[in-house]
Write a protein that binds this ligand. Structure first.
Ligand SMILES: [Zn+2]
Length: 164
């Protein structure tokens, strides 16, 4: 069997996009909604992939601790980081790339979710999709299928450039 459940987490955070051509280069914030899709190969004796409360505690717990009411910044954004470090207290989360919705979804999917899922004992769970809503009109989605499709496309491209 192959069953997927989804849990949603809401939070507020500030950011800016280093090098952005427009107003996203300024400090500003969003009310984010993140949807975590968790896949299990079987359901337990109570009929669950996993209890929603369990994954909520993990995902919401991580976001509360690291991102909620904080600033997400690219670690190379020295100017913004220095400015925010002047504020007491401050909560700065350094990302390995610009904190776009796309990169936030990617970060949660590949850097955070696997570790969180591995702490759920007795269940074989995989986060297969993370959707980050930046506004009610825009979201970015990273999924296992996307990742595979992207890898295939890159291989195809590499293959073609080698033989052309
Ligand atoms: Zn923004």
């Amino acid at each position: 069997m192959n069953v997927t459940v989804m849990r949603q987490v809401k939070f507020c955070a500030g950011h800016r996009l280093l090098g952005h051509e427009g107003k996203c280069a300024n400090f500003h914030g969003h009310n984010y909604v993140v949807q975590f899709h968790v896949n299990g190969k079987e359901i337990d004796e109570l009929g669950r992939v996993v209890d929603f409360q369990v994954i909520n505690q993990l995902f919401k717990g991580w976001i509360d601790e690291h991102w909620d009411h904080g600033f997400l910044l690219w670690s190379e954004d020295d100017n913004a980081i220095k400015a925010l470090e002047q504020v007491e207290p401050n909560r700065i989360y350094r990302m390995p790339y610009n904190p776009t919705a796309e990169n936030m979804a990617r970060y949660l999917m590949y850097e955070i979710a696997p570790d969180l899922m591995s702490t759920v004992e007795g269940y074989d769970l995989q986060v297969t999709k993370v959707v980050v809503w930046e506004t009610e009109n825009s979201f970015a989605e990273v999924s296992v299928d996307n990742a595979r499709a992207q890898a295939d496309a890159m291989l195809e491209h590499a293959h073609r450039s080698r033989f052309e």
